[in-house]
Every structure is written in C-alpha cells, then in structure tokens.
Design a protein around this ligand. Structure first.
Ligand code: ZN
Length: 481
C-alpha cells in the first residue's frame, strides 16, 4: 500500500442509471449541535495552554454539512466548531458514509471549544480529550452528512470573492496574508438562496486565552449575520490561517465615543464576526454563476515526518493518540506501523495524513491537513530569505495558486486532519542567529511537525493535481492503491 494515490472519477454516463441528468447540480445541507456539557463532565478548552476548564456555554458549537451531487458522484463537506479533527477520526466518519464518494471534514480551529487533539488537558501530560464526546461528534458528523445527502435538491451556484487584508492581524514576520474571502451561493429552482459556503482565513481566537465559556468564537456571529440576511444554512471553513492569522486585538465600539472592544471580550468577537459577515455579503453579492459539475477527486495519502520532539513525546505518553509509522524518507511511502511509541527514534517517526484536490466543474478545492502559511497560497515569500533563518537557501515550495489550474479555487485548511503549522522551509528558524535580529525565535515551529512538512504537503498537492484527469469528463478510474 505504498503509492496510495486514489483518483475517484466520474464513470461513463451511459453506465449509470441516475435519477437526474448527469451534470445537474444538486445540493443539500444539514446541521448538528455538538456542544459538550461542562456541567456533566470536565471540558478542557483547546488552543492555548493546558489547564483551562470550561465553566459554561456562551453559544452552541455545530457540525455543519453540505453535500454536492452531480448526478453520479457525491461530495460531502462537514465543518466543525472545533480546534481540529485528526485523520483517524475522519476515516471513522467516512467508513460510515458509503453513499458519499468523498467526504471532507474541516475544523474551524476554534480556540474556545473542547480539546479534540489531547494536548490541552489538566497539564501537559494529561490527555484533554473526552473519548465519549469524540464518539458523539463522529456520530453527528455522519448523521449531518447523511441528512444533507438525503435532502439534495437542484441548485445553481455562484462563486464570489471579496478582499479586506485589514481584517487580519499577522503576528509573525514576514507579513503575508490571504485577505480574500470566498463564497459559494446556492440558489434553488425558485431563485431563493438555499445555502452558502464561506471560506475565510483567520484563527477563531477573538476571545483569547483567559475565556472559560464555550463559544464558537467569531464564526458564530459571522454565520448569524449571514443567516439573518439570507435565511439559509451556512457552512463556514477556514483557509490559510498559519503564519499567524488572528483577529485584530482591538476594534472600535458600536456606539460613538464608546470604549473600544479588546481581545477577550465577547463584544470584540461579535464585532469581528459581523465585519467578516459583511465581507461575506459583499462576496455573495459580487458572485458570478459557476459550473460545479462534474465532481472529481484526487487524494494522496502522505507520510509526514514528525521531527518535533514535543509531538513525539505527546504520542508516546498517549496524550495524543494516533498511530505512528516508520519514516522512510519518502512522503509517498508509509513505513511499518510503530508498535510502541517509536522509542526515541527522533528522525524515524511519521504520521499518516492526507492531501486532496477536488475539482467541482470550474472550481478547484485544495484540501490541506493543517495550518497553511499564506506564503504557500500566493508565494509572497521573503526574497531573499532572512540570513538568520535556518535554511535561507532552501528551494521554494510550489504554491496553491501556481499548482491549481482552475480559474476559481478555494483553500480548505485543517481539512481531514490537523497536523499543525505548515511553514515555508526558508522561514524555519529554531537555531541562532535568529531572523530579524531577534534574541529568541518567533512562535510557530513548536506547533509544527517539522521543517520537512511544507515541502511534503505542497509536493503532495502537486501529485494530486497531476493525477487529476485533464478531461472534464474522465471515463475510467485511474489508479488503485
Ligand atoms: Zn493555530
């Protein structure tokens, strides 16, 4: 099972007895409440340092699903208000959704919801995940996608983009942002909006590290704003949030002469969510019709080397529970399963993850299993690299923009996994002297699998694009594992 590139293609129309004409888009939506109950169990909040116990619920967390159906194939997307869902959990969801050809499970990367990875429990050595709760989340993702698939209705789609870089704060140099908000608007046969898909590129951390009430953070208000305007389901996903995209620390008050709102206040999360909602409305209103059929998927199973000793220790201590594999030196080759932690084999551990490229008609979707630095979307690399960086001469990675041949595209970050930051190799900086003349390295590397991860992920995306049949109507399944 080495070269696990799987290309799912549309079969020849003549072989299919479909209830609708091939090429007709149908879409369905569904939603499940996934809020844990902090009165019944200890809920450890994810995203900053361990030891943050939830004291209440401010607003509900959701799993929001949509299914696209081209008459022959079905694509499911489910986005959860959580810090991340790992690949083994994603595969458990997929196993139970046989009627959907490919399912993308995304997390908004919420920093004010329960720990779903393990590293934010009572302390660094205490696993913060409630496994019963995770089982419930998986059940609800399955049932949301199933319901969305059961409810598909004919639809036309419109794709829009609106940009505002000022809505992003970049806390790590060099400054590089993806300030483009992208939307898909679906309308039914009566021209009523039947649902929205929104991609925006910012960490949900308006509430900061001191909050103890469960909340979906700013996406709660973005979605509420859009629901109020269009009276329809909304699926919200994040794109390139690494490097490090966060809301402003301060926003002006709603009332004239009012005190500004600051990070940590629900007022800031609401104000920011509304600003993102307004940008989404701009994007929706500027949208143009787009063909979203046929649906074709190319995915690559990837071995990602784990050089980060903290991650390896967390896995050995079973704070993080996911299988480890022998690192073979080749991201396309998964080595032997490591039986017990992987020992101290610093350079020999890998995890199994996934990169995918989905083509929906004229729209490309890059599915990236972690927090992509925006440099890897557009290529705004520092040139030349800072001499203090560890690999200033490293080869530049290919970017989403350079790889995807589609006229329109979206980036789904934390898609099908959360493996941490995906940092351009030239920017990697753990050894002195440090970039920008700093006394200490910038924040980022501690939450990355390692320096090899960006070249691996971007090369795997290129593999997926190359495996994708060029013809709009491919006729045969291409590669079996
Ligand atoms: Zn993050």
């Amino acid at each position: 099972m080495f070269r696990q590139t799987i290309v799912l293609t549309v079969c020849a129309a003549a072989l299919i007895v479909a209830p609708v004409n091939a090429g007709d888009l149908r879409v369905g939506f569904a939603d499940r409440d996934i809020t844990p109950d902090p009165e019944a169990v200890d809920v450890w909040l994810a995203g900053y340092t361990p030891g943050r116990l939830a004291t209440g619920v401010h607003d509900r967390l959701h799993a929001r699903a949509l299914v696209l159906d081209d008459g022959e194939r079905r694509l499911g997307v489910v986005s959860v208000d959580l810090v991340g869902m790992q690949h083994p959990q994603v595969e458990r969801i997929r196993e139970r959704l046989k009627g959907v050809d490919y399912v993308i499970v995304c997390s908004t990367h919420n920093h004010e919801g329960p720990d779903t990875i393990g590293i934010w429990g009572r302390s660094f050595i205490h696993r913060g995940v409630d496994d019963e709760y995770m089982d419930e989340v998986i059940d609800k993702c399955v049932s949301a996608v199933q319901e969305a698939a059961d409810k598909v209705q004919p639809a036309a789609a419109h794709f829009g983009v609106a940009q505002n870089d000022d809505l992003l704060r970049d806390s790590r140099r060099p400054v590089a942002k993806d300030g483009k908000l992208r939307t898909l608007r679906f309308v039914d046969a009566k021209d009523k909006v039947s649902g929205l898909l929104v991609q925006w590129n910012c960490h949900p951390e308006a509430l900061g590290s001191d909050n103890t009430e469960i909340t979906a953070d700013y996406p709660h208000w973005t979605i509420a704003r859009l629901r109020q305007k269009y009276d329809c389901p909304v699926v919200f996903v994040v794109g390139a949030v690494g490097g490090l995209m966060a809301p402003p620390k301060q926003l002006p008050a709603a009332e004239p002469n009012g005190e500004p709102y600051y990070e940590g206040q629900f007022e800031l999360a609401e104000a920011y969510g509304n600003l993102v909602g307004d940008l989404a409305i701009q994007s929706v209103e500027a949208g143009k019709p787009i063909q979203l059929t046929p649906i074709t998927t190319a995915r690559q199973i990837v071995a990602a080397q784990v050089q980060n000793s903290w991650y390896r220790t967390a896995r050995i201590l079973k704070v993080v529970r996911r299988p480890g594999y022998e690192w073979t030196g080749d991201y396309r080759k998964l080595g032997e399963l490591l039986v017990r932690g992987g020992g101290g084999a610093a350079k020999r551990t890998a995890i199994r993850t996934e990169v995918a490229y989905v083509r929906c008609g004229d729209l490309g979707l890059a599915c990236i299993p972690g927090e992509l630095y925006p440099e890897l979307v557009y290529g705004q690399f520092q040139e030349p690299a800072d001499a203090g960086a560890d690999y200033p001469e490293a080869e530049l990675e290919p970017t989403v923009q350079s790889l995807l041949p589609d006229s329109h595209w979206m980036v789904f970050g934390l898609a099908n996994d959360e493996i941490g930051y995906i940092i351009p190799k030239r920017q990697w900086d753990l050894k002195p002297p440090f970039a920008y003349g700093r006394k200490r390295p910038q924040y980022g590397e501690i939450n990355s699998c390692g320096v090899g991860v960006a070249p691996t992920i971007m090369s795997a995306l290129r593999d997926c694009v190359e495996k994708m049949p060029r013809s709009a109507k491919p006729v045969a399944p291409a590669v079996a594992p």
